[in-house]
Write a protein that binds this ligand. Structure first.
Ligand SMILES: [Zn+2]
Length: 495
């Protein structure tokens, strides 16, 4: 035991953890956005009745031969290129042998010592308060998914659904470059965002399109060798990843501080009790007995194909954030929020092209639109107001045809009734009233109803002017022009 380790004895749990450094590497399995499986023409649709999307190839029946889908290669290349990887001209499919009921062939087709791509990186920008960092990508390879076992505790039986067997995945593995649970979360969010922009996956975690395993170890700061790692599984959200890393790191630190050893094993996260527990002991990769799949020729990717993929990469999140700051004059924060998903950014841009003031569009999209989406639990793609509808409303405000207050009401009514902003403004009498005689009528009524406040205001309590303007606005159901009301009231009360 080192001096440092002795010194940590008897410290609190947080004190112990702070004496060590967390070292994390992540493995992310991503389901590719294809209509058919990787090596056969079976459909990939989620939620189909069990065992309906199957054929002799993905069932592993004797004599059936797999044929690699070209689309799978294109999507994998797109992800690997955007992750700055070295793409290998020649990669090899291997059989990863293990016995499990949901694996009909008795092996999984994967890539082992000759993966599609290696040596990439992902820069995690300075968002949400984390410093910018670069995480090195060890490898990106193509593989197929296994089926799904469904365990029924009450019937004491298990059932198998093989619809998922053969669905195409890529696995993205990082170097152990991540130093905190928060940094792991930031990396995962950046990766998810990148994959969504690339349109290589629907990145839907609830449906298992994005699955994360985390390798974590602890070491003393300044140490150059890695400690013994454990692998965390059963992580079904990014917040579960962060919480599981904290829990497992604390467990390891506690062992090390007491002079005990960390055993290399797989740990399962239990979100209910916020704790980790050991699973089966960690199988070393050589136990899987990988060997090249004799049914599949090596995958050869010509350099001009890679070049074509590179040329056709869409605008990526970092470039879009910069463009929003420069072309629309938005703050870094606004640019982050609006680019969080590609579709939200598309919505903002379509609207900003129609309405002249991008900052106003940004405020409405980040405020009212996002709030309405949250309430309705909807995605922006399914939002009933199209960018042109919102632009029409914002034009009415810009031309002072309706007030800002009325605009919020009109927005709500647009969602309820599916009618246009101008039509609603006319129907509901929300067109801004700037006719002095109408405004003076309302002012007279308000002064009569709030004599006391009006008198105090006339006697110098100027802050009450705003209150009285508010009463007039209310009386006009938001249709009065508040600036003109304020002027007329001030004249009337002589302040
Ligand atoms: Zn099939």
């Amino acid at each position: 035991m080192s001096v440092r380790e002795t010194a940590t004895r008897g410290m609190s749990a947080t004190g112990i953890a702070s004496a060590y450094e967390m070292v994390v590497g992540l493995e992310v399995h991503v389901q590719l956005l294809t209509r058919t499986k990787a090596f056969c023409l079976c459909a990939t649709d989620f939620g189909a009745p069990p065992n309906t999307n199957v054929c002799p190839v993905c069932l592993g029946l004797p004599g059936a031969l797999p044929v690699l889908s070209d689309h799978v290669v294109d999507l994998a290349l797109r992800a690997a290129t955007a992750l700055d990887c070295r793409i290998h001209e020649r990669s090899v499919f291997a059989r990863k042998n293990y016995f499990y009921p949901d694996l009909p062939k008795g092996y999984q087709i994967s890539q082992y010592d000759r993966p599609l791509a290696t040596q990439g990186r992902l820069t995690v920008e300075n968002t949400a308060g984390y410093p910018e960092s670069t995480v090195r990508i060890t490898r990106v390879h193509i593989e197929e998914d296994a089926g799904k076992s469904i365990h029924d505790r009450f019937a004491a039986a298990s059932a198998i659904d093989l619809n998922r067997a053969g669905v195409p995945l890529i696995e993205i593995v990082t170097e152990p470059d991540i130093r905190s649970a928060a940094a792991a979360g930031a990396y995962l969010r950046a990766l998810k965002q990148l994959l969504e922009y690339l349109e290589v996956s629907d990145v839907n975690m609830e449906e298992g399109s994005l699955r994360v395993d985390a390798n974590v170890s602890a070491r003393l700061p300044g140490a150059t060798t890695l400690g013994t790692k454990t692998e965390l599984k059963n992580l079904n959200s990014f917040s579960a990843v962060e919480r599981a890393l904290e829990a497992e790191f604390a467990r390891q630190c506690d062992l090390l501080a007491r002079g005990q050893r960390v055993v290399q094993q797989t740990m399962l996260w239990d979100g209910g009790s916020s704790s980790v527990r050991p699973a089966r002991s960690k199988e070393e990769s050589h136990d899987y007995r990988y060997f090249p799949d004799p049914d599949l020729p090596p995958l050869v990717v010509a350099s001009d194909r890679v070049e074509r993929v590179r040329r056709h990469l869409p605008e990526l999140p970092a470039a879009r954030r910069t463009r929003y700051r420069e072309a629309f004059g938005l703050s870094a924060y606004d640019a982050d929020v609006l680019t969080a998903s590609k579709s939200l950014g598309d919505y903002f841009e379509d609207c900003a092209r129609l309405h002249r003031d991008p900052k106003t569009v940004a405020n409405w999209v980040m405020g009212e639109v996002r709030a309405a989406l949250n309430v309705a639990k909807r995605k922006i793609e399914d939002f009933p107001l199209r960018p042109a509808d919102l632009a029409e409303l914002l034009d009415l405000v810009a031309h002072e045809t309706v007030s800002g207050t009325a605009a919020k009401r009109i927005f709500g009514l647009m969602l309820e009734t599916n009618r246009g902003a101008t039509e609603i403004a006319e129907r509901e009498g929300l067109l801004q009233v700037r006719d002095d005689s109408a405004l003076r009528d309302w002012i007279d009524q308000v002064i009569a109803e709030h004599e006391h406040e009006a008198a105090r205001c006339a006697n110098g309590e100027r802050k009450l002017l705003g209150v009285l303007v508010g009463f007039v606005m209310k009386k006009s159901k938001g249709s009065a022009d508040p600036r003109r009301v304020s002027q007329l009231l001030a004249e009337r009360l002589g302040v």
